[in-house]
Design a protein around this ligand. Structure first.
Ligand code: C2E
Ligand code: CA
Ligand code: CA
Length: 679
């Protein structure tokens, strides 16, 4: 391959370069690199699909890019010889390109980075590109023979290796910045140049000869079969484009699945439900099934069994859905049907009664016969136009003392349910504060690495004379709608400050206590005044308190929220963003808000570590929190496995959950501290 044929019987054939095709080939190589880097990004991110899928796609994109660059590049050297390609070798030449790309992406994605790995990657890539080129050359069939100049041949391989090394070096050391389009384009261009400069150096080192007998067959024009050019460009570009489209489609799909569906049942979740209810055209009826026993089943029979019960219910309810009747699951305990119709309410109610009949029957789950208690509340926009009220109306039915969980299907009745529940709540909250029906409980937060206490969250309780223990989830939304929540929040702040002062007096070590601030009250100047006043009255310091806000405080005006939070932070109060992941969870909010702590919602922890997908989502959220230097609290940690798994990821986390302690009154808390069985 390096020895010249005898010059007596052969003469040299010289061609010309087409500048436009050279340019096209460089563009193809760079475009391929760009696609491959984008695929590689997906591997870095936590994806719904296994990372190896992205690794393979990235390698295919890169390999095809090198390959089509080569065949387009062959067309850039215009020779007066007829030329075709031998299909088997042409196909075979893609293998070194894909294999070396695979090895390189595999190596660059290793956690440990070193210049040594970059060197190995550079050599691998360079050899891959060169092997592809020279196998591609060997696949040429023509009247001409050719030889390589040994020095230039060696130089072409050396060039491929060194420029690949430079591109890989840039890529691997700046991988975390590859989200930056310009940098990504620049890296792709360097890689594109590595591929094409190897190719053209190789071509310069190639001399074509034709037998003197065949000299007559030389044509004045380039005879290379242009269909090859067209086919390779089309295949290469088409495939790359397809891969790009596929990956962005997958990304959107993943986002959608994770955000809008329950992982256990694959039924649309609360977020989908709210989206539907908030859509301006929605006008219809709602049926909410409430399964009171899920928690009891979880505790008594284990979470695995509880999950199976939820899956069974999901399956049962799903069978009744239709194009006009949609099903949603709001946490584990509530399933909601929505119809876009108020006229069909009678049929809707009949359908719910049929479901009730099905639920009444005993069923066998995991070899156990059980009967799952349930009740259904129906509300409709017939009487008013605000679909948002459907939800609170259904809740009012479920919370009403007359409601039994005996498979009833109960239509919301303004006269019975509103007046006796919502208004009752609003009318009696004042008395409740004065008469000691409302009280605070404190849930410990635990430092992951030391098991020591880091603070408490104050949570409200209402021992109602008529309804018994009311959950804050029931009465707080009602109070929020009527703005009475602000008064209650002020009351809570005073209770908490009083409590801390008591602990100080008793000589207990004082930990910060978080207080939940509802809605947009955080932007109200009254809140700041109340906090200042209470701190002064009970001789505390601002760092004794932390404010927990949710994204609802922010959605109205991010500017006002940032301003308010800055003031709190300057005064010395900590601020936590609660329930992260359940609202709009916009990263742009997260970046702008001057918060000190991120509280990750329980729903992200529930299926960890069993669900690989949830575990990786959680890890991604933790990584974001760490990047922003936030303290991270994980809410709702319930099991030993969760603790083990989460500890592995980071020692600097804070846990809050039933595994460590439930919310307790101060007396219960002191009791546990005294027995030393809390931490
Ligand atoms: P949140 O602020 O997210 O509070 C955490 C809730 O999760 C509490 O429920 C707590 O008891 C519960 N929790 C903690 N660990 C676990 C666990 O391991 N497993 C389970 N299943 N649950 C756990 P709680 O006290 O019923 O409060 C519910 C919600 O009501 C709170 O959610 C908050 O949004 C609201 N809320 C409660 N107290 C107050 C308050 O004083 N002010 C305001 N504005 N809202 C409050
Ligand atoms: Ca909270
Ligand atoms: Ca929370």
């Amino acid at each position: 391959m390096f020895t010249h044929p005898s010059m007596e019987s052969y003469s040299v054939v010289v061609g010309e370069y087409s500048f436009s095709i050279i340019l096209l080939s460089v563009v193809i190589a760079s475009f391929a690199s760009y696609t491959a880097i984008s695929m590689n990004e997906r591997m870095q991110e936590n994806s719904f699909f296994h990372r190896n899928l992205w690794l393979i796609l990235a390698s295919i994109a890169m390999g095809f890019g090198i390959w089509s660059m080569h065949f387009v590049g062959m067309g850039a050297y215009l020779l007066p010889i007829s030329m075709t390609y031998e299909p088997r070798l042409t196909f075979l030449s893609i293998i070194p390109a894909i294999t070396s790309s695979f090895l390189v992406f595999y190596l660059v994605n290793r956690r440990r980075k070193s210049i040594g790995f970059n060197l190995i990657s550079g050599v691998t890539m360079g050899i891959g590109i060169s092997a592809m080129h020279y196998i591609g050359m060997a696949s040429m069939v023509s009247d001409a023979v050719y030889t390589y100049d040994f020095t230039i041949f060696t130089a072409s391989v050396a060039i491929a290796i060194s420029i690949s090394f430079i591109a890989i070096y840039i890529f691997s050391s700046l991988q975390h910045l590859m989200k930056n389009r310009h940098l990504k384009m620049f890296t792709s261009l360097v890689m594109g140049l590595a591929i094409s400069s190897m190719h053209y150096t190789g071509l310069i080192g190639t001399t074509y000869y034709i037998h003197r007998d065949k000299i007559d067959s030389l044509h004045g024009v380039h005879q290379m079969n242009m269909t090859y050019l067209n086919i390779s460009v089309s295949i290469g570009l088409g495939l790359l484009l397809l891969l790009l489209l596929l990956s962005s489609f997958m990304d959107r799909y993943i986002d959608y699945r994770v955000n809008y569906f329950e992982s256990l049942t694959r039924i649309p979740n609360r977020r989908s439900f709210e989206k539907m209810l908030n859509s301006p055209t929605y006008h219809g009826s709602l049926a909410m099934w409430y399964i009171p026993d899920i928690e009891k089943i979880n505790v008594e029979q284990g979470y695995n069994f509880g999950d199976k019960v939820i899956q069974y219910l999901g399956h049962l309810f799903s069978q009744w859905t239709s194009s006009s009747m949609k099903l949603y699951q709001l946490q584990g305990k509530r399933f909601v049907f929505l119809i876009q119709d108020v006229d069909g309410i009678a049929e809707f109610e009949r359908t719910m009664n049929r479901i009730a009949e099905q639920l009444k029957k005993q069923t066998e789950i995991d070899g156990k016969l059980i009967k799952i208690e349930a009740v259904c509340a129906i509300s409709t926009t017939e009487e008013h136009s605000d679909p948002k009220r459907l939800y609170t109306e259904a809740l009012a039915v479920l919370e009403h003392p007359s409601t039994r969980y005996d498979y009833q299907v109960i239509r919301f009745d303004n006269a019975i349910h509103t007046h006796s529940f919502e208004e009752e709540i609003l009318g009696s909250i004042g008395d409740a504060m004065r008469e000691g029906q409302l009280f605070m409980v404190y849930q410990p937060k635990i430092i992951a690495c030391t098991n020591g206490l880091s603070g408490f969250e104050a949570l409200i309780r209402w021992k109602h004379p008529e309804y018994g223990m009311l959950s804050p989830v029931t009465f707080i939304p009602i109070l929020e709608q009527s703005e009475q929540m602000e008064e209650v929040t002020n009351w809570i702040i005073e209770q908490v400050c009083k409590q801390i002062a008591e602990w100080v007096k008793m000589d207990y070590r004082v930990y910060p206590v978080s207080i939940n601030i509802s809605g947009d009250y955080v932007t109200s100047p009254i809140l700041l005044n109340v906090l200042r006043e209470m701190i002064k009255k009970y001789k505390l310091k601002p760092h004794n308190l932390e404010l927990e806000i949710t994204e609802t405080s922010v959605v109205k005006s991010i500017k006002d929220a940032v301003k308010a939070l800055n003031t709190f932070r300057e005064e010395g109060f900590s601020v936590a963003l609660d329930d992260f992941g359940t609202g709009v969870s916009s990263l742009s909010y997260l970046k702008q808000l001057p918060i000190s702590t991120l509280k990750i919602d329980k729903s992200f922890i529930d299926d960890v570590p069993q669900s690989e997908k949830d575990s990786s989502i959680l890890k991604a959220i933790l990584a974001i929190g760490r990047t922003l230097s936030l303290d991270i609290v994980l809410e709702g940690v319930e099991t030993e496995e969760q603790v083990q798994f989460l500890r592995q990821d980071s020692e600097s986390l804070i846990f809050q959950g039933y595994y460590f302690a439930k919310p307790m009154t101060s007396a219960e808390l002191l009791n546990r501290l005294a027995q030393r069985n809390l931490v």
